[in-house]
Design a protein around this ligand. Structure first.
Ligand SMILES: *Cc1c(COP(=O)(O)O)cnc(C)c1O
Length: 397
Protein backbone atom coordinates (compact mmCIF):
# COMPACT_ATOMS: atom_id res chain seq x y z
CA UNK A 1 0.00 0.00 0.00
CA UNK A 2 2.64 2.50 1.05
CA UNK A 3 4.73 1.67 -2.01
CA UNK A 4 1.81 2.44 -4.30
CA UNK A 5 0.77 5.51 -2.39
CA UNK A 6 4.20 7.03 -2.86
CA UNK A 7 4.26 6.30 -6.57
CA UNK A 8 2.98 8.78 -9.10
CA UNK A 9 0.62 11.72 -9.20
CA UNK A 10 -2.99 11.89 -8.08
CA UNK A 11 -4.38 10.52 -11.35
CA UNK A 12 -2.07 7.48 -11.23
CA UNK A 13 -3.01 6.90 -7.61
CA UNK A 14 -6.72 7.29 -8.40
CA UNK A 15 -6.50 4.60 -11.09
CA UNK A 16 -4.06 2.12 -9.54
CA UNK A 17 -4.11 2.71 -5.77
CA UNK A 18 -5.25 -0.23 -3.69
CA UNK A 19 -6.12 -2.51 -6.55
CA UNK A 20 -3.10 -4.48 -7.77
CA UNK A 21 -2.43 -6.26 -4.50
CA UNK A 22 -6.09 -7.18 -4.02
CA UNK A 23 -6.35 -8.69 -7.48
CA UNK A 24 -3.17 -10.72 -7.25
CA UNK A 25 -4.45 -12.25 -4.01
CA UNK A 26 -7.77 -13.28 -5.48
CA UNK A 27 -7.46 -14.03 -9.22
CA UNK A 28 -5.68 -12.75 -12.32
CA UNK A 29 -8.72 -10.63 -13.19
CA UNK A 30 -7.60 -7.29 -14.65
CA UNK A 31 -10.31 -5.52 -12.68
CA UNK A 32 -10.71 -5.94 -8.95
CA UNK A 33 -13.27 -8.71 -8.38
CA UNK A 34 -16.47 -8.15 -6.47
CA UNK A 35 -15.95 -10.55 -3.59
CA UNK A 36 -19.62 -11.23 -2.98
CA UNK A 37 -19.51 -13.15 0.26
CA UNK A 38 -20.90 -12.78 3.76
CA UNK A 39 -18.17 -14.83 5.46
CA UNK A 40 -14.63 -16.10 4.88
CA UNK A 41 -13.66 -19.74 5.45
CA UNK A 42 -10.70 -21.38 7.14
CA UNK A 43 -8.78 -24.44 5.89
CA UNK A 44 -8.60 -26.12 9.30
CA UNK A 45 -8.77 -25.46 13.02
CA UNK A 46 -5.11 -24.53 13.11
CA UNK A 47 -5.88 -21.73 10.64
CA UNK A 48 -8.70 -20.44 12.85
CA UNK A 49 -6.32 -20.43 15.81
CA UNK A 50 -3.62 -18.74 13.72
CA UNK A 51 -6.20 -16.08 12.79
CA UNK A 52 -7.16 -15.56 16.43
CA UNK A 53 -3.49 -15.12 17.30
CA UNK A 54 -2.87 -12.65 14.48
CA UNK A 55 -0.70 -15.02 12.41
CA UNK A 56 -3.20 -15.62 9.59
CA UNK A 57 -4.85 -12.64 7.88
CA UNK A 58 -8.59 -12.92 7.27
CA UNK A 59 -11.64 -10.67 7.38
CA UNK A 60 -13.53 -13.58 9.04
CA UNK A 61 -16.96 -12.10 8.45
CA UNK A 62 -18.41 -9.51 6.06
CA UNK A 63 -19.18 -7.04 8.81
CA UNK A 64 -15.45 -6.82 9.62
CA UNK A 65 -14.18 -6.25 6.11
CA UNK A 66 -14.04 -7.40 2.50
CA UNK A 67 -11.26 -7.40 -0.13
CA UNK A 68 -13.22 -5.24 -2.61
CA UNK A 69 -14.02 -2.74 0.14
CA UNK A 70 -10.41 -2.87 1.33
CA UNK A 71 -9.26 -1.83 -2.15
CA UNK A 72 -11.45 1.31 -1.86
CA UNK A 73 -9.97 2.04 1.58
CA UNK A 74 -6.41 1.66 0.33
CA UNK A 75 -7.06 3.83 -2.72
CA UNK A 76 -8.55 6.58 -0.58
CA UNK A 77 -5.57 6.45 1.82
CA UNK A 78 -3.34 7.10 -1.16
CA UNK A 79 -5.41 10.08 -2.29
CA UNK A 80 -5.78 11.71 1.13
CA UNK A 81 -2.24 10.89 2.37
CA UNK A 82 -3.75 8.98 5.29
CA UNK A 83 -2.56 5.88 7.16
CA UNK A 84 -5.86 4.04 7.28
CA UNK A 85 -9.44 4.34 6.09
CA UNK A 86 -12.79 2.79 6.94
CA UNK A 87 -15.51 2.77 4.30
CA UNK A 88 -19.16 2.35 5.21
CA UNK A 89 -22.64 2.24 3.70
CA UNK A 90 -23.22 6.00 3.56
CA UNK A 91 -21.71 9.32 4.50
CA UNK A 92 -24.16 9.63 7.39
CA UNK A 93 -23.14 6.21 8.65
CA UNK A 94 -19.53 7.40 8.70
CA UNK A 95 -20.55 10.56 10.58
CA UNK A 96 -22.62 8.78 13.23
CA UNK A 97 -20.22 5.86 13.76
CA UNK A 98 -17.27 8.25 14.08
CA UNK A 99 -19.04 10.50 16.62
CA UNK A 100 -20.24 7.55 18.70
CA UNK A 101 -16.74 6.05 18.66
CA UNK A 102 -14.77 9.18 19.53
CA UNK A 103 -16.96 11.42 21.70
CA UNK A 104 -17.20 10.30 25.35
CA UNK A 105 -20.34 10.37 27.47
CA UNK A 106 -21.02 13.95 28.65
CA UNK A 107 -18.58 15.14 26.00
CA UNK A 108 -18.58 18.33 23.97
CA UNK A 109 -18.51 18.74 20.18
CA UNK A 110 -18.03 21.93 18.21
CA UNK A 111 -19.42 22.41 14.74
CA UNK A 112 -20.02 25.26 12.31
CA UNK A 113 -23.16 26.92 10.92
CA UNK A 114 -24.03 25.71 7.50
CA UNK A 115 -23.44 22.12 8.56
CA UNK A 116 -24.98 19.23 6.55
CA UNK A 117 -28.53 19.05 7.82
CA UNK A 118 -28.53 15.42 9.00
CA UNK A 119 -25.15 15.77 10.71
CA UNK A 120 -26.50 18.72 12.67
CA UNK A 121 -29.68 16.76 13.47
CA UNK A 122 -27.63 13.87 14.90
CA UNK A 123 -25.49 16.21 16.98
CA UNK A 124 -28.44 18.15 18.33
CA UNK A 125 -31.02 15.40 18.88
CA UNK A 126 -29.17 12.09 19.42
CA UNK A 127 -25.86 13.00 21.06
CA UNK A 128 -27.62 14.94 23.88
CA UNK A 129 -29.13 11.60 24.98
CA UNK A 130 -25.58 10.66 25.95
CA UNK A 131 -25.07 13.98 27.70
CA UNK A 132 -23.00 15.33 24.81
CA UNK A 133 -23.42 19.04 24.14
CA UNK A 134 -22.87 20.80 20.86
CA UNK A 135 -21.53 24.31 20.27
CA UNK A 136 -22.16 25.90 16.87
CA UNK A 137 -19.72 28.56 15.70
CA UNK A 138 -19.02 30.59 12.56
CA UNK A 139 -16.39 28.84 10.40
CA UNK A 140 -14.07 31.86 10.67
CA UNK A 141 -14.59 32.48 14.42
CA UNK A 142 -11.30 31.17 15.81
CA UNK A 143 -11.88 33.01 19.12
CA UNK A 144 -15.08 31.00 19.70
CA UNK A 145 -13.17 27.83 18.84
CA UNK A 146 -10.43 28.75 21.36
CA UNK A 147 -13.08 29.21 24.06
CA UNK A 148 -14.63 25.81 23.32
CA UNK A 149 -11.22 24.12 23.30
CA UNK A 150 -10.38 25.78 26.64
CA UNK A 151 -13.64 24.35 28.02
CA UNK A 152 -12.38 20.91 27.02
CA UNK A 153 -14.21 20.27 23.74
CA UNK A 154 -13.50 16.71 22.57
CA UNK A 155 -14.03 17.14 18.86
CA UNK A 156 -14.35 19.84 16.22
CA UNK A 157 -16.35 18.89 13.12
CA UNK A 158 -16.85 20.98 10.02
CA UNK A 159 -17.31 20.65 6.33
CA UNK A 160 -14.91 22.58 4.18
CA UNK A 161 -16.21 23.92 1.91
CA UNK A 162 -19.57 24.00 3.67
CA UNK A 163 -22.93 23.48 2.11
CA UNK A 164 -24.64 25.56 0.71
CA UNK A 165 -22.64 28.77 1.29
CA UNK A 166 -19.27 27.20 0.52
CA UNK A 167 -17.48 28.67 3.53
CA UNK A 168 -13.88 27.46 3.78
CA UNK A 169 -12.44 26.53 7.17
CA UNK A 170 -8.80 27.45 7.74
CA UNK A 171 -7.76 23.90 8.61
CA UNK A 172 -4.21 24.80 9.62
CA UNK A 173 -5.40 27.55 12.00
CA UNK A 174 -8.09 25.28 13.46
CA UNK A 175 -5.64 22.41 13.97
CA UNK A 176 -3.13 24.70 15.71
CA UNK A 177 -5.80 25.72 18.21
CA UNK A 178 -7.13 22.20 18.79
CA UNK A 179 -3.87 20.25 19.02
CA UNK A 180 -2.59 21.54 22.42
CA UNK A 181 -5.70 20.26 24.26
CA UNK A 182 -6.17 17.15 22.14
CA UNK A 183 -9.43 18.28 20.52
CA UNK A 184 -9.89 15.97 17.53
CA UNK A 185 -10.30 17.86 14.22
CA UNK A 186 -12.60 16.20 11.69
CA UNK A 187 -13.05 17.81 8.28
CA UNK A 188 -15.89 16.71 6.00
CA UNK A 189 -14.10 17.13 2.67
CA UNK A 190 -17.00 15.87 0.56
CA UNK A 191 -17.32 19.07 -1.46
CA UNK A 192 -13.58 19.49 -1.92
CA UNK A 193 -12.53 15.92 -2.76
CA UNK A 194 -8.87 14.98 -2.26
CA UNK A 195 -8.21 16.51 -5.68
CA UNK A 196 -8.95 20.04 -4.45
CA UNK A 197 -7.89 19.78 -0.81
CA UNK A 198 -5.97 17.41 1.45
CA UNK A 199 -6.92 18.25 5.02
CA UNK A 200 -4.67 15.68 6.75
CA UNK A 201 -1.36 17.30 5.73
CA UNK A 202 -2.90 20.65 6.83
CA UNK A 203 -3.28 19.24 10.34
CA UNK A 204 -6.76 17.63 10.48
CA UNK A 205 -6.95 14.36 12.42
CA UNK A 206 -9.64 12.80 10.25
CA UNK A 207 -11.14 13.46 6.84
CA UNK A 208 -14.70 12.38 6.18
CA UNK A 209 -16.32 11.82 2.80
CA UNK A 210 -19.78 11.20 1.56
CA UNK A 211 -18.32 8.89 -1.09
CA UNK A 212 -21.78 9.01 -2.66
CA UNK A 213 -20.83 12.36 -4.19
CA UNK A 214 -17.63 13.06 -6.18
CA UNK A 215 -15.61 9.98 -5.20
CA UNK A 216 -18.13 7.48 -6.58
CA UNK A 217 -19.17 10.17 -9.01
CA UNK A 218 -22.04 8.66 -10.98
CA UNK A 219 -25.13 9.24 -8.81
CA UNK A 220 -25.60 5.47 -8.59
CA UNK A 221 -24.34 4.37 -5.17
CA UNK A 222 -24.23 5.47 -1.51
CA UNK A 223 -21.06 5.18 0.56
CA UNK A 224 -19.06 7.00 3.20
CA UNK A 225 -15.45 7.01 4.39
CA UNK A 226 -13.12 8.24 7.12
CA UNK A 227 -9.37 8.58 6.61
CA UNK A 228 -6.68 9.35 9.18
CA UNK A 229 -4.12 7.93 11.57
CA UNK A 230 -4.38 4.20 12.19
CA UNK A 231 -4.82 4.81 15.92
CA UNK A 232 -7.94 6.97 15.32
CA UNK A 233 -9.43 4.74 12.62
CA UNK A 234 -9.09 1.60 14.79
CA UNK A 235 -11.81 2.44 17.36
CA UNK A 236 -14.11 3.62 14.56
CA UNK A 237 -13.61 0.38 12.62
CA UNK A 238 -14.28 -1.61 15.80
CA UNK A 239 -17.56 0.18 16.48
CA UNK A 240 -18.44 -0.04 12.78
CA UNK A 241 -18.20 -3.84 13.17
CA UNK A 242 -20.70 -3.60 16.03
CA UNK A 243 -23.15 -1.05 14.55
CA UNK A 244 -22.95 -2.82 11.20
CA UNK A 245 -23.43 -0.09 8.60
CA UNK A 246 -21.30 -2.00 6.10
CA UNK A 247 -21.13 -1.26 2.41
CA UNK A 248 -22.13 -4.07 0.06
CA UNK A 249 -19.19 -5.43 -2.00
CA UNK A 250 -20.96 -4.57 -5.25
CA UNK A 251 -21.40 -0.97 -4.10
CA UNK A 252 -17.69 -0.95 -3.17
CA UNK A 253 -16.90 -2.06 -6.73
CA UNK A 254 -18.94 0.83 -8.17
CA UNK A 255 -16.98 3.20 -5.93
CA UNK A 256 -13.65 1.74 -7.13
CA UNK A 257 -14.69 2.18 -10.72
CA UNK A 258 -15.89 5.73 -10.15
CA UNK A 259 -12.73 6.77 -8.32
CA UNK A 260 -10.50 5.92 -11.28
CA UNK A 261 -11.80 8.97 -13.14
CA UNK A 262 -11.99 11.23 -10.07
CA UNK A 263 -9.24 13.62 -11.13
CA UNK A 264 -10.65 14.10 -14.64
CA UNK A 265 -14.20 14.59 -13.41
CA UNK A 266 -13.27 17.03 -10.65
CA UNK A 267 -11.10 19.07 -13.02
CA UNK A 268 -14.09 19.51 -15.34
CA UNK A 269 -16.52 20.21 -12.50
CA UNK A 270 -14.10 22.86 -11.16
CA UNK A 271 -13.94 24.48 -14.61
CA UNK A 272 -17.69 24.42 -15.03
CA UNK A 273 -18.40 25.89 -11.60
CA UNK A 274 -15.76 28.60 -12.02
CA UNK A 275 -17.20 29.64 -15.38
CA UNK A 276 -20.77 29.66 -14.04
CA UNK A 277 -19.76 31.66 -10.96
CA UNK A 278 -18.01 34.32 -13.06
CA UNK A 279 -20.91 34.47 -15.53
CA UNK A 280 -23.58 34.80 -12.85
CA UNK A 281 -21.66 37.36 -10.81
CA UNK A 282 -21.92 39.94 -13.62
CA UNK A 283 -25.60 39.18 -14.40
CA UNK A 284 -28.12 41.79 -13.26
CA UNK A 285 -30.78 39.19 -12.37
CA UNK A 286 -28.43 37.61 -9.83
CA UNK A 287 -28.07 39.26 -6.43
CA UNK A 288 -25.14 37.35 -5.09
CA UNK A 289 -22.87 34.43 -5.97
CA UNK A 290 -21.19 32.22 -3.37
CA UNK A 291 -18.08 30.49 -4.76
CA UNK A 292 -14.72 30.26 -2.97
CA UNK A 293 -12.90 30.83 -6.26
CA UNK A 294 -14.34 34.35 -6.56
CA UNK A 295 -12.37 37.23 -4.99
CA UNK A 296 -15.73 38.48 -3.61
CA UNK A 297 -16.14 35.32 -1.46
CA UNK A 298 -15.54 35.85 2.22
CA UNK A 299 -13.08 32.95 2.51
CA UNK A 300 -11.32 33.42 -0.83
CA UNK A 301 -7.91 34.03 0.79
CA UNK A 302 -8.15 30.82 2.84
CA UNK A 303 -9.34 28.91 -0.22
CA UNK A 304 -6.37 30.17 -2.24
CA UNK A 305 -4.00 28.96 0.49
CA UNK A 306 -5.40 25.51 1.07
CA UNK A 307 -7.26 24.43 -2.07
CA UNK A 308 -5.90 23.44 -5.47
CA UNK A 309 -9.31 23.88 -7.11
CA UNK A 310 -12.50 25.50 -5.83
CA UNK A 311 -14.98 22.69 -6.41
CA UNK A 312 -17.95 21.91 -8.58
CA UNK A 313 -20.67 23.58 -6.55
CA UNK A 314 -21.88 27.19 -6.93
CA UNK A 315 -24.62 28.80 -4.85
CA UNK A 316 -26.34 32.00 -5.89
CA UNK A 317 -29.24 34.24 -5.00
CA UNK A 318 -31.72 35.16 -7.71
CA UNK A 319 -33.62 38.47 -7.86
CA UNK A 320 -37.33 37.94 -7.29
CA UNK A 321 -37.20 35.82 -4.13
CA UNK A 322 -38.55 32.29 -3.85
CA UNK A 323 -40.45 32.50 -7.15
CA UNK A 324 -37.61 34.10 -9.11
CA UNK A 325 -35.35 31.22 -8.12
CA UNK A 326 -37.99 28.60 -8.96
CA UNK A 327 -38.61 30.19 -12.36
CA UNK A 328 -34.92 30.02 -13.22
CA UNK A 329 -34.67 26.39 -12.12
CA UNK A 330 -37.74 25.39 -14.12
CA UNK A 331 -36.42 27.12 -17.26
CA UNK A 332 -33.08 25.27 -17.23
CA UNK A 333 -32.80 22.33 -19.62
CA UNK A 334 -29.56 20.61 -18.64
CA UNK A 335 -29.39 20.18 -14.84
CA UNK A 336 -31.80 17.77 -13.16
CA UNK A 337 -33.77 19.03 -10.17
CA UNK A 338 -32.43 16.73 -7.47
CA UNK A 339 -30.58 16.71 -4.15
CA UNK A 340 -27.04 15.34 -3.98
CA UNK A 341 -24.06 16.41 -6.09
CA UNK A 342 -20.78 15.19 -7.44
CA UNK A 343 -21.97 12.89 -10.20
CA UNK A 344 -21.42 13.32 -13.93
CA UNK A 345 -24.85 14.94 -14.34
CA UNK A 346 -25.36 18.57 -13.28
CA UNK A 347 -27.98 18.90 -10.55
CA UNK A 348 -29.82 21.95 -9.29
CA UNK A 349 -31.98 22.64 -6.26
CA UNK A 350 -33.51 25.35 -4.15
CA UNK A 351 -32.47 24.47 -0.55
CA UNK A 352 -35.62 26.12 0.86
CA UNK A 353 -37.85 23.76 -1.10
CA UNK A 354 -35.86 20.54 -1.25
CA UNK A 355 -34.40 20.53 2.28
CA UNK A 356 -36.18 23.07 4.47
CA UNK A 357 -39.81 23.14 3.27
CA UNK A 358 -40.95 21.79 6.67
CA UNK A 359 -39.52 24.88 8.39
CA UNK A 360 -41.20 28.26 8.81
CA UNK A 361 -39.62 31.26 7.02
CA UNK A 362 -38.39 32.43 10.45
CA UNK A 363 -36.70 29.09 11.15
CA UNK A 364 -35.11 29.17 7.73
CA UNK A 365 -33.84 32.68 8.33
CA UNK A 366 -32.34 31.50 11.61
CA UNK A 367 -30.54 28.68 9.81
CA UNK A 368 -29.32 31.21 7.24
CA UNK A 369 -31.20 29.59 4.36
CA UNK A 370 -32.43 32.33 2.01
CA UNK A 371 -35.50 31.61 -0.08
CA UNK A 372 -33.94 32.87 -3.31
CA UNK A 373 -30.89 30.65 -2.87
CA UNK A 374 -30.08 28.15 -5.64
CA UNK A 375 -27.46 25.42 -5.41
CA UNK A 376 -25.97 24.39 -8.73
CA UNK A 377 -23.82 21.25 -8.60
CA UNK A 378 -21.88 21.03 -11.80
CA UNK A 379 -21.46 17.80 -13.66
CA UNK A 380 -18.96 17.19 -16.44
CA UNK A 381 -20.97 18.56 -19.38
CA UNK A 382 -19.41 21.08 -21.80
CA UNK A 383 -18.94 24.45 -20.13
CA UNK A 384 -20.38 26.39 -23.09
CA UNK A 385 -23.57 24.34 -23.03
CA UNK A 386 -24.12 25.00 -19.32
CA UNK A 387 -23.58 28.76 -19.80
CA UNK A 388 -25.88 28.93 -22.83
CA UNK A 389 -28.52 27.07 -20.85
CA UNK A 390 -28.27 29.63 -18.04
CA UNK A 391 -28.46 32.48 -20.57
CA UNK A 392 -31.73 31.25 -22.05
CA UNK A 393 -33.20 30.50 -18.61
CA UNK A 394 -32.28 33.90 -17.14
CA UNK A 395 -34.04 35.60 -20.06
CA UNK A 396 -37.24 33.96 -18.84
CA UNK A 397 -36.94 35.01 -15.18
C1 LIG B 1 -24.33 14.06 1.26
C2 LIG B 1 -23.49 14.55 2.35
C3 LIG B 1 -23.39 13.85 3.55
C4 LIG B 1 -24.16 12.58 3.81
O1 LIG B 1 -23.70 11.54 2.99
P1 LIG B 1 -24.65 10.33 2.49
O2 LIG B 1 -23.71 9.52 1.65
O3 LIG B 1 -25.77 10.94 1.73
O4 LIG B 1 -25.11 9.62 3.71
C5 LIG B 1 -22.54 14.35 4.52
N1 LIG B 1 -21.84 15.49 4.33
C6 LIG B 1 -21.94 16.18 3.19
C7 LIG B 1 -21.18 17.44 3.03
C8 LIG B 1 -22.76 15.75 2.17
O5 LIG B 1 -22.86 16.44 1.04
Amino acid sequence: MSREREKGGPSTRAVHGGERDTRARVTDSLTTPIVQTAAFWFRDTQEVIAYQEGRHPSFEYGRYGNPTTRAVETKLCGLEAGEDCVVSASGMNSVTTMLLALVPQNGHVVTTHDCYRRTRQFMQTVLPKMGVRCTVIDPADLAALERAVAEGANLFFSESPTNPYLRVVDVRAVAERCRPRGTIVVIDSTLATPVNQQALPLGADLVLHSVTKYLAGHNDVLAGALVGREALIRPIRELHGVLGGVIDPHAAYLVLRGMKTLVLRVARANENAGAIARYLEQHDKIERVHYPGLPSHRDHAVALRQMRGFGGMVSFEVRGGLDGASKLIDALRIPYIAPSMGGVESLIEQPTIISYWDKTPEERAQLGIRDNLVRYSCGIEDTDDLIRDLEQALERV
